[in-house]
Design a binder for this molecule. Sequence first.
Ligand SMILES: C[S@@+](CC[C@H](N)C(=O)[O-])C[C@H]1O[C@@H](n2cnc3c(N)ncnc32)[C@H](O)[C@@H]1O
Length: 260
Amino acid sequence: MTAREALRIAELRLAAAGVPSPRVDAELLVAHLLGVKRSAVHLDPEVDVDGLEPLLSRREDREPLAYVIGEWGFRGLVLKTDRRALVPRPETETVVERALALIRDAPQPRVLDIGVGSGAIALSIADEHSGARVTAVDISSDALALARENAERLGLDVALRRGGIDAAAEGWDLVVSNPPYVESLEELDPELTFEPSAALLGGALHGEIARAARTTWLVLEVGDDQASQVADELAAAGYADITITKDLSGRERVVEGRRG
Ligand SMILES: C[S@@+](CC[C@H](N)C(=O)[O-])C[C@H]1O[C@@H](n2cnc3c(N)ncnc32)[C@H](O)[C@@H]1O
């Protein structure tokens, strides 16, 4: 099958399956099979494309594209992605941006990421702040294994260990976390059912982290409509300079504070 045919067939079938961005996904699938960037996928429409069917049918079943392709871009990194951990989201890039802004002038900040998942936050901070000494914990040994593979692939030094919120009490310059914050998977995109439920479903972890942390700075990702409640929890736990930052789609996504 030529690239032109592959793109047309994939777009039609993904649209029929209800995939929200069928053209983009078709281009990314074909680009992956050709080993080129998405921007180059139309350059040679007659080139042969092999192996479309198994990947296309997984995406038709609404498996996240990042799992089907097996890797995903996050800030400057390309992370291995599979069902062991959450797909890194663009909104989490804003979490990293805020974390880096707070530790920018610290030569060797001690940073803890709670709930490392694929490693998106911890590895980006290690990548973008050469002096940062980053530790990351997760209760999921599957997620930790994937984060470890990503750290090795990228040659980035992050201390990874099994652990939970109590690690926050060890004393840090910055504690950062994107904890599970979805209340129910009902009525959400079918793609979410492929991701580990322990990475998505949860409640009240923000307040728990805020109360447990011994840290100068705390940076937390929050769900839609959770920001003001989490900001109140930080205030109640004694944080000052509490700030809410919107993500690129304009939603209040990150709450940060400084231990007063
Ligand atoms: C929303 S995912 C975030 C993954 C990654 N940091 C990211 O932003 O893409 C939440 C992660 O927290 C982990 N987790 C859930 N409860 C936890 C807890 N009590 N302590 C530590 N990690 C936890 C899950 O296993 C999952 O990997």
